[in-house]
Ligand binder design. Structure first.
Ligand SMILES: *Cc1c(COP(=O)(O)O)cnc(C)c1O
Length: 404
């Protein structure tokens, strides 16, 4: 007999490191999902900024189907056509000369940090190994990336942390200036912090970091795992700021739902990763690369990129109206289609409560920390679907307020 999994099965069979919502979505199309009972949901979460083109986008399905009938995996003992096409596209569309492909954000950052350390090691010597990062930042969950990340609760309790990592205050150039010196090999920063609360970097801060890195011959790493691939209205957020990093990391929306990551850099820096210095079994997997190529081609089209700002405005207008009605937000911020609405202290730390109420109303949402609602919808979400989703958020907020 076939078995239909329930939410209880999660608690029975899975490690307790997540606490998923009660419903189990089984099908998606565009910006809508359906659960096991056939209830419909509007998706403002986008799989945490991964489903950049919504669910089951025709271009991605065609790419996956076509590649699934050719070759699934080869390892890096052989190269493959989809990986080479993807790398060429990324090089043509960005500052980068060289691309390392992998399967997740943490892997892209791990590669970036190892590359920066090796570059400094080979060009300046052992002592130039310090990594400057920022509080509230998020760079992944491997032990190295979680230690570089600026949220100690994620790295505590796992034993001694790797050395040579220091943390400054985001958007505070003076605090960065105190930490960056000739022993710094790299500064890693999200142009817009995602997990940390949806906080865009100020142009002065990011420009200042560029200059400090140049002055001290340190590499500037932009972690665009969340804010990249169209979310800012540009293919990458660095293009919005006009500030070019030495290394860029990308994942999440890069594969549109297929696990993909990339680390991009210049010829000058790339050359220290000689044969054998780094690798990954699934890096540049043909299935993932074929899907990512379709995602990048589609998202970098003017139709998609130019549509981001109009949708962003629509979201902001709705959020402002909700704020007039409930007086609940102290700040509405973000860029493009990565937006955050921070609850007023008087409203309390209500993120998770609103998330649960929204699920009941048929809306999928995200939080970033305890008191910021986060919106990372499909970049091609229809205006009517935004309106409908916001009507559901309105009902969810009304419910939460009436619980007081
Ligand atoms: C999600 C995220 C990561 C980690 O990506 P994974 O694919 O979960 O390893 C790294 N950096 C940023 C900015 C992220 O948002």
């Amino acid at each position: 007999m076939s078995w239909t999994p329930t939410r209880e099965a999660f608690d029975q069979y899975m490690l307790p490191n997540y606490s998923p919502q009660k419903v189990i979505p089984v099908r998606g199309e565009g910006s809508r999902l359906w659960d096991q009972e056939g209830r419909e949901y509007i998706d403002f979460a986008g799989g945490i900024a991964v489903n950049g083109l919504g669910h089951c986008h025709p271009a991605l399905m065609a790419a996956l189907k076509a590649q699934s009938e050719k070759v699934w995996h080869l390892s890096n003992v052989y190269t493959n056509e989809p990986a080479l096409k993807l790398a060429r596209t990324l090089v043509e569309k960005t500052f980068a000369d060289k691309v390392f492909l992998c399967s997740s954000g943490l892997e892209a950052n791990e590669a970036a940090l190892k590359l920066a350390r090796r570059y400094a090691h080979d060009t300046a010597g052992e002592q130039k190994h310090r990594i400057v990062s920022f509080r509230q930042s998020f760079h992944g969950r491997s032990f190295f990336t979680v230690s570089v990340g600026g949220q100690p609760r994620y790295s505590q309790g796992f034993g001694p942390v790797p050395g040579g990592i220091v943390h400054g205050t985001y958007n505070d150039l003076d605090s960065a200036r105190e930490l960056i010196n000739d022993e710094t090999c790299a500064v890693i920063v999200e142009p817009m912090q995602g997990e940390g609360g949806v906080t865009p970097g100020t142009p002065e801060f990011l420009e200042g970091l560029r200059k400090l890195c140049d002055d001290h011959k340190a590499l500037l790493i932009f972690d665009e795992v969340q804010c990249g691939v169209g979310r800012s209205g540009h293919l990458y957020a660095y293009m919005h700021y006009g500030i070019t990093p030495d290394i860029l990391t990308s994942a999440k929306a890069l594969g549109g739902g297929f696990p993909m990551g990339a680390m991009m850099t210049t010829d000058e820096v790339a050359r220290v990763f000689v044969v054998g210095t780094h690798g990954s079994t699934y890096g540049g997997n043909p299935l993932g690369s074929a899907v990512a190529l379709a995602a990048v081609d589609t998202i970098s089209s003017p139709e998609v990129l130019l549509g981001v700002e109009a949708r962003s405005q629509r979201f902001r207008e709705h959020l402002q109206k909700l704020n007039e009605k409930y007086d609940c937000f102290s700040d509405i911020r973000g860029m493009g289609l990565l937006l955050g609405a921070e609850f007023k202290p008087s409203f309390g730390e209500r993120g998770r409560e609103v998330l649960a109420a929204a699920t009941e109303e048929g809306l999928m949402l995200l939080v970033a920390g305890p008191n910021v609602l986060r919106f990372a919808p499909s970049l091609v979400i229809e205006m009517e679907v935004i309106d409908e989703g916001m009507a559901r958020l309105d009902r969810a907020l009304a419910k939460v307020v009436s619980n007081d």
